[in-house]
Design a protein around this ligand. Structure first.
Ligand code: AMP
Ligand code: DBH
Length: 569
């Protein structure tokens, strides 16, 4: 096992093999298995490409041989920041074939996150688009190289700049005619070793790397596919960021390829484009976060539907919603508005995946977040002393199993807190069991903001704000939001004589080059922060304070005595 990663104890590994959870196949082996089994069926569809399973293997192998030729070696790390393009899939499996370890980042990440991840993972390679919406990732690559001289390889989807390699060039060069295919055989990694790193939402200042092995990640998507109705007829639309665990492997595109179905990549945030793809390709399955599911329902209801969006969505069978809590009210509207079945997904990049089952009662599907997808998953719901609570009572969720990590990468101190002595991961989620044995997510004890599925570490943002010269103290909490569930609110105590407003704070934070979704959306300037009895900042009080203020403002805005158009008080 790669240094810095925690393996499963031998008796668990033995059990997971005996039960057939682990098959000792690498993610790269799958590419062969698929090509042999599914041949000329269409595997992948994007705006510009339709790729069969045989052609998919050809492109992946070609890219894998190029990675070796460029000098990449097993266990080398590559930070990948690609959007929903075919190159992502080629590269992910090419890396798996030769044991290069992708670090999965998201397009909104900026210099602060990417440079940290390149450094922390010791990456020698970075793969990115040329640009997206005016942001030039080649410039980011140049800045990275200035601070990380070891970043030898930059791969660009689209037009590469000097000193960078373009995917188009690599994919157009038939290297397999020059290099013996045995080179791929020789580079095949050990299936029980790490295959990729996912990012955690991060509950402390810095994001954590989640090491996933070939064995566990292959099973992650296989077990998920089995409870999601994924089969050879599945046409799966990827609209969320492809590098996220949910659309990647839960069940995600990986389970669709395992089953011989079709993966359709959507690289547009425009609903009209998304709906047009559903109609054109006959999409059956899609994974969304609650905010996007709500937008879809609004856009397909009644008179408000714009002509451009009036598409035939009747091929949709399963709408998976996860990443953040979906309230029962929008959950109940899925079938009437979109004409398909809702499947709630309560998952985590650390492992455990809960799904409502397609044959659960409508009540269970609307009211709960499902149950673990594997019989090998173990979970406990416990009180502060780690004692099991009685069935139906609230408690913190602990879990271990055949696809749940035993430790984050290279953070032994943090791991002692995040895992129990007997290897259960402390999810930080507060849950209870429904009478039928499904989990209901009621809250969370970890200090993060879940902004429509994007996790933001409060501590990370607080540390940045504390660097502001006019700030004496700061706390960041979630404030309720009807669409995103939560948004970020910053409480700040200014230094004497300093004045502070949101615009000024945002200018300061933007200069730190962090992902925009992490920026606070409201600033409350206060004289002091409330403390708990043990003298810590009471975030509970702050959350209640901002929720109260927002509720009062909403009441005022809707108040009958306000003239339309009148200035707010
Ligand atoms: P991460 O560990 O960054 O992958 O984020 C996983 C976390 O997202 C979980 O531990 C939950 O806090 C939250 N989450 C994911 N899906 C759901 C859901 N369906 N309902 C409520 N919270 C969710
Ligand atoms: O929030 C998540 O991280 C998540 C949600 C649904 C996830 O990782 C997943 C499904 O696989």
């Amino acid at each position: 096992m790669l240094e810095g990663c925690t393996p499963w104890p031998a008796e668990f590994a033995e059990r997971y093999r005996r039960h057939g959870y682990w098959r000792d196949q690498t993610l790269g082996d799958l590419v062969d298995i698929w090509a042999n089994a599914y041949g000329d069926r269409v595997a992948l569809i994007s705006a510009t490409q339709r790729v069969t399973y045989v052609e998919l293997r050809r492109r992946i192998d070609r890219l894998a041989l190029h990675l070796l030729r460029l000098g990449l070696r097993p266990t080398d790390r590559m930070v990948i920041q690609l959007a929903n393009v075919p190159e992502f899939i080629y590269l992910y499996y090419a890396c798996a074939r030769v044991g290069v370890l992708p670090v999965m980042t998201l397009p909104p990440h900026r210099f602060a996150e990417i440079s940290y991840l390149v450094n922390f993972s010791g990456a020698v390679a970075y793969a990115a688009p040329a640009q997206i919406k005016g942001f030039d990732y080649r410039q980011l690559a140049r800045e990275l190289r200035q601070v990380v001289p070891g970043l030898t390889h930059v791969l660009i989807a689209g037009e590469a700049a000097r000193g960078m390699v373009s995917f188009d060039e690599l994919l157009a060069d038939p290297i397999e005619e020059r290099e013996p295919p045995e080179r791929l055989v020789a580079a095949r990694p050990d299936p029980s070793d790490v295959a990729l790193f996912l990012l955690s939402g991060g509950t402390t200042g810095l994001p954590k790397l989640i090491p996933r092995t070939h064995n566990d990640y292959e099973y992650n998507s296989r077990a998920s596919g089995a409870v999601s109705g994924i089969g050879p007829d599945t046409v799966y639309l990827v609209v969320l960021s492809i590098a996220h665990n949910f659309p990647l492997a839960s069940p995600g595109l990986q389970s669709v390829l395992q089953a011989g179905g079709r993966v359709v990549l959507c690289d547009s945030t425009d609903l009209a484009d998304q709906f047009a793809l559903i109609e054109r390709e006959g999409v059956t399955h899609v994974a969304l976060v609650p905010a996007l599911a709500i937008r879809w329902m609004e856009a397909s209801t009644g008179d408000r539907v714009e002509a451009s969006r009036r598409h035939d969505l009747s091929s949709l069978r399963v709408l998976q919603v996860g990443g953040a809590r979906l309230n029962p009210e929008p959950a109940a509207r899925v079938r009437p508005t979109l004409g398909c079945q809702l499947q709630q997904v309560f998952g985590m990049a650390e492992g455990l995946l809960n799904y409502t089952r397609l044959d659960d009662s409508e009540e269970e599907i609307v009211q709960t977040q499902g149950r673990p997808c594997s019989p090998g998953d173990e979970f406990r719901i416990v009180d502060e002393a780690d004692r099991d609570v009685p069935p139906g009572e609230l408690g913190s969720l602990l879990t271990r199993g055949p696809y749940t990590i035993r430790g984050y990468y290279n953070v032994p101190e943090h791991n002692r807190r995040a895992f129990t002595a007997d290897g259960f991961y402390r999810t930080g989620d507060v849950v209870r069991l429904s009478p039928r044995g499904n989990l209901i997510v009621e809250g969370r004890e970890k200090d993060l903001i879940n902004r429509g599925g994007e996790k933001i570490s409060a501590e990370e943002i607080e540390n940045l704000i504390l660097g502001h010269p006019g700030v004496s103290n700061a706390a960041v909490v979630a404030m309720p939001d009807p669409l995103l569930g939560e948004r970020t609110c910053a409480y700040v105590v200014p230094k004497p004589d300093a004045t502070l407003d949101l615009a000024g704070l945002l200018r300061f934070l933007e200069a730190k080059q962090i992902a925009r979704f992490k920026l606070p959306e409201r600033l409350e300037v206060v004289d002091s922060l409330p403390l708990t009895t043990v003298g810590k900042v009471s975030k509970k009080d702050l959350r209640e304070d901002i929720a109260r203020k927002l509720a009062a403002e909403t009441r005022l805005a809707a108040g009958p005595n306000l003239q339309p158009g009148a200035d707010p008080p």
